[in-house]
Design a protein around this ligand. Sequence first.
Ligand code: AMP
Length: 522
Amino acid sequence: MSFASLNLVPELLRAVEAQGYTEPTPIQAAAIPLIIARRDIMGCAQTGTGKTASFTLPMLHLLAPHATNNPSPARHPVRALVLTPTRELAAQVEESVRTYAKFLPLRIAVVYGGIDIKPQIKALQAGVEIVVATPGRLLDHLQQKSINLSQVQMLVLDEADRMLDMGFLPDIKSIIATLPPVRQNLMFSATFSEDIKRLADQFMRSPEMVEVARANSAAELVTHQVYEIPAAEKHALLAHLVKTRDMQQVLIFTRRKIDADKLARQLVRDGLSATAIHSDRTQSERTQALEDFKSGKCKLMVATEVAARGLDIDQLPFVINFELPHTPEDYVHRIGRTGRAGSPGEAISLVSPDEYGFLADIEKLLKRKITRLATPELPASAARSSRSASGGDKPATSRSRSGSAGSSDGDTKRPRTSSAEGVAPISEEERREKYEASRIREAKSQGHRRSGKRSDADGDSAPISNHKTVRPHAGPAFDFSKPYESIKAPSTETSGDVAVAVRPAGVKAVRRVGALLGGVKK
Ligand code: AMP
């Protein structure tokens, strides 16, 4: 299929060609005609599938008749609103919209917290057709009446699952209340939980569900590996792996901001170039960290979940989970950073005994056992300094074992914000951490296995099951014409897979054009 066959306006075809895209990705092929037909859409897709263009191109196509060079702000009302959970994602979506809209006189603005609100007010007052926003800052604008959403004809909720995870539901509802009741709604999410379905029921009109994921790219190009290692030795192993394997670009995940900073400092002391990205850093620090990482100035970027969400870093070869996330879906999101655009990638997890429960949950979700690698011989000095840096022989993760994400010292620190800037009072990560803490409490109260004990009968001291080192699968270069295996559209609800094809009330049809992580059974 070609982009031309999607009947997009010539200005968009030129923009797509300028990007070097030869044909639409599966989600683009499926979603674009439906959106152009003004249908509501629920898209089950992660970043990396081309989902941004799948809603941006038809959005611009529908707005093209309104494109005008007339300078009057009145001729540029907000007609499309895109909500994203994080600032980084908002900035990325805005960049994409600008790229695809470069041959159309449509105006775009991005609004998010953590930066001065005044330039945003100025941009909005000049008139813009498309606004990309995070919910908190958009509410600030609504309260200050610096934005008028009464002419919005299209609403996009990007990464809706993450927005709900972060507690944005009340904000989203408040924002939706200011929109015209008749409008087109698009919602994209990597997972479709009951909460997402409820949200869809509330604000969408008989949405079509389009489900797609990077089946082959993740299944074939990303190698999942685990080192089972005491928490106190993780840092030494990490430094050893980076050095001995000459890793040039590694995104490393910790659960907490304070640990991201600490680990980045330790790695710098090891002579490695490292930076940290999390929501306690100012927006300019975050932008700088990302730029340094993308440009290769910094080989290692230690990130928390939220900060890394949605980052589009081309051909990221390594993702290392210094700590496992508490929910298996987050593992899927984290490893979604690698194996992108068809490049092979490695997802390596350093798993201490207290995390075996989380690992078992991840394997359950992936429907596969992740390869265990034998821990290499670590230089004695590195292991020693690592232990002392993490406070003796106590596992470094013992703090987080309490399950009280966000409960200790630096974690609860407010982000550097100024009330004069109108920054949302609760940062993205604080929302997230509160949410995680409540989920952990809930899981505990339900007797969910979170004991930190190994899930099999061998116990903590069991030998590592597989000592074979697995090399990354050197798959072929990504070919957007053949990356996805089509799978039959399920006629009934399915569940238990990584990508759960659901049919929420009101969803007319499920179009499934790919499988996520190869986890969906055909
Ligand atoms: P997204 O899923 O929106 O984060 O996009 C992932 C990456 O795929 C981005 O770097 C896009 O520039 C790229 N991309 C989007 N659509 C296409 C296409 N049709 N052909 C090639 N690359 C694409």
